[in-house]
Design a protein around this ligand. Structure first.
Ligand code: GCU
Length: 685
């Protein structure tokens, strides 16, 4: 058996292995061994370097860079619409000009020459990665035009990195940006991250945690600005703009003022000076990200002001520089009385923000978590999305698997994000999807994802968790891409060129989230996690706590009654037809039943199974799928290099152990509450 060379996973999906057959390699080489490139901006140089590296490996020879097309007409031409020779090439081929950060790939004369033309330098870089992806997947050189353009303007990763180098909800090691209170000086890792991000079209990164610790409030000040500017420069060469998280209370804690009241002129001055200071060093800073009035973080209400007042005063400081203020809507009472069943955390953001529609400055964007609670494996989409006709919104998802197995469990989240993006809000009639909302609304909106990356050699801790990073970028680039296609692309790039391994990995990814959901908390139940760590089962862990995350299980039934007729009234936050659909357990999608309803254990589901039986079944099924994930992976022994094979095997084995634990704990809990036997007499303890 031929041993495959070991891989650390550090290269991610940019592995650039030689073309799978010599015929392919010859075909690619005939055209791509000579590259005609004239532009020399920083970003274009990144594109050139990438072509050198990628094509060098794929073709097995270093390509030659030229300024003039060779006489035989066989070459790869790259540049932007600012170059006349490329406009001519577009015209000859009858191909439309790319716009914005889009690109076209096309061939001339039956692909004797191939072109990457960007609407901008960044578009060129994206086109470069798109071409390299095709070649890595063994596809033909493009002939007919491939025209692409990012659907969303903002495609952003939010790092919850602290200045001391720790990462909140980080499961892949320490921060790649900060260590021991400083911005890192060695930027090699950041450079390689920038490449990965550009290759999937991500164009913004928030560097630090939304929970800004007092020490980190000094981040946008003199002491750190030099190193921050250097870091932003590294990202800039990959078309990635940097954002900083700032604390609402910073004027007091970091600035020494007596108040952070947004109504105070002194506070306004402080924010505008702060912004000015940062823009001196980072002239293309994306802006600031703020978590305020949330989870014990002070907010405008402390001063009797609204979230609009709070956001606008900071946004005014950014405005002269074109910066954006991202203001999170993750606002709720985290000190509620569990005895009080009328307060519903799911309703909080909508209640708080809806009345403020139209009051935010034009450079404020509300960043809304995709679900109304907090990144559970299944939630309905947040009713706030699309509800504010006169306010820009960005949707926030979580790559970091806080509630979805913490990068020990395999849980491919792209299908869940897609569900949120595809949701029809009916805000302006049929077809008002969340995707449309965040794509079309403004040049500042899009999708933000809590990053799952750390200093682990393979970036994400679990090799297969890289699929979520890849998928996030691809989906923000084009929300129409099917989750299966994204999975297959990633698997092909990461485990190819052997298509058999890639197929198995794709199937594993697709099976993973439904499995996780089934063996943990199916039917929209959610939570039941160990308080604090949010890992592992603890059915009553949050039941008598102030966090607003309950399931109300008793001897008769389980679930949260969020109906308008006799529950918390949450369903009324949705437009029709959703309101009616969610309101009635007979029309509510089964996967959300217990999110919207408190039901008897013997509630009869369509098909005749009773609720508690379905819960037992789902837990057994989900665990069986987890076991199958491990078996499928083991079928790849010898087809994947030993290092990656063993690392993934170890994680999957741990996942199986954990899945059984989840199954048995939750099933035992339901049995003891309900007294109902499993009709199939499987072990329930
Ligand atoms: C979750 C998470 C916190 C995080 C918060 C947020 O509650 O547990 O660690 O700070 O989300 O999104 O702000």
């Amino acid at each position: 058996v031929q041993r495959l060379p070991n891989e650390t996973g550090y290269e991610g999906w940019l592995r650039y292995r030689p073309a799978s057959s010599s015929r392919r390699q010859e075909g690619y080489t005939a055209v791509c061994q000579r590259i005609v490139a004239r532009g020399a901006s920083e970003v274009l140089l990144s594109a050139r370097r990438e072509l050198g590296k990628g094509l060098g490996a794929i073709l097995g020879r270093i390509p030659e860079f030229l300024v003039e097309p060779p006489v035989d007409g066989r070459y790869l031409g790259i540049g932007t619409v600012a170059e006349q020779w490329l406009l001519d090439a577009l015209a000859v081929a009858g191909v439309p000009r790319p716009t914005g950060d889009g690109f076209v790939l096309f061939g001339q004369g039956h692909a004797t020459a191939v072109f990457i033309v960007g609407g901008s330098d960044i578009g060129c870089l994206y086109g470069t990665f798109a071409l390299l992806r095709r070649l890595q997947l063994g596809e033909d050189l493009p002939n007919g035009p491939v025209v692409e353009r990012p659907a969303m303007a903002l495609r952003m990763l939010d790092h919850w990195d602290n200045l001391d180098g720790s990462v909140e909800r980080g499961y892949a090691g320490r921060s790649i940006f900060f260590a021991r209170g400083e911005v890192v000086a060695d930027r090699q890792r950041v450079l390689d991250y920038g490449r990965l991000l550009a290759s999937i079209g991500v164009n913004a990164v928030a560097l630090n945690n939304v929970n800004v610790a007092p020490g980190a409030m000094a981040l946008p000040t003199k002491r750190h600005l030099g190193p921050l500017a250097a870091l932003a420069g590294t990202f800039r060469s990959f078309g990635v703009r940097v954002f900083l998280s700032v604390a609402f209370e910073a004027p007091v804690v970091a600035g020494g003022l007596l108040t952070a009241d947004p109504g105070s002129p002194e506070v306004a001055r402080w924010w505008s000076q702060l912004a000015g200071g940062v823009y001196d060093y980072v002239p293309d800073l994306g802006g600031f990200l703020v978590k305020a009035g949330s989870e014990s973080q002070p907010g405008p209400r402390v001063y009797g002001r609204t979230h609009a007042d709070g956001a606008n005063v900071i946004a005014a400081g950014l405005e002269p520089f074109g910066g954006t203020l991202l203001w999170r809507t993750f606002v709720y009472d985290c000190k509620q009385d569990w005895r009080d069943r009328s307060t519903d955390r799911a309703k909080a953001a909508f209640d708080e923000f809806l009345p403020l529609d139209g009051l935010f400055a034009p450079n404020v964007v509300l960043q809304v978590k995709s679900g109304p609670m907090d990144f559970q494996v299944r939630e309905p989409p947040s009713p706030l999305l699309g509800a504010m006709a006169n306010t820009s919104q960005t949707v926030e998802v979580q790559l970091s698997q806080e509630y979805t197995g913490q990068q020990v469990h395999l849980c491919y989240l792209v299908p869940a994000w897609k569900r949120a993006l595809d949701f029809d809000t009916y805000a302006s009639g049929t077809g008002s999807t969340v995707a449309k909302l965040v794509c079309g609304a403004s040049s500042r909106t899009g999708m933000a994802g809590v990053a799952n990356v750390g200093d682990d050699p393979n970036w994400t801790g679990h090799h297969l968790a890289q699929a979520n990073l890849y998928g996030f970028g691809r989906l923000a680039w084009c929300p129409d891409l099917p989750a299966e296609q994204i999975a297959a692309e990633w698997a092909g790039l990461t485990f190819g060129p052997d298509p058999a391994s890639a197929d198995v990995v794709t199937e594993m990814l697709i099976a993973s989230a439904p499995a996780y959901e089934s063996y943990t908390t199916p039917l929209g139940l959610g939570w039941m996690v160990t308080p604090g760590s949010h890992y592992g089962p603890s059915p009553d862990g949050y039941e008598y706590s102030p966090w607003g995350t309950y399931h109300f299980a008793d001897s008769v039934g389980i679930g949260v009654d969020r109906t308008t007729s006799h529950g918390t009234g949450f369903t009324a936050q949705y437009r029709e037809p959703w309101k009616t659909i969610f309101e009635d357990p007979s029309t509510c999608p089964e996967d959300l039943l217990l999110f919207f309803h408190h039901l008897r254990y013997d509630f009869v589901l369509p098909g005749g199974t009773i609720l508690v039986q379905r819960m037992y079944d789902r837990h057994f099924e989900g665990t069986a799928i987890a076991e199958d994930l491990l078996a499928r992976w083991r079928s790849l022994a010898g087809c994947v290099d030993t290092v990656r094979y063993r690392a993934v095997e170890e994680k999957l084995a741990e996942q199986v152990r954990q899945a059984r634990e989840w199954r048995d704990v939750i099933n035992a809990y339901l049995y003891r509450k309900s007294g109902k036997n499993d009709e199939n007499r499987r072990p329930v303890y």
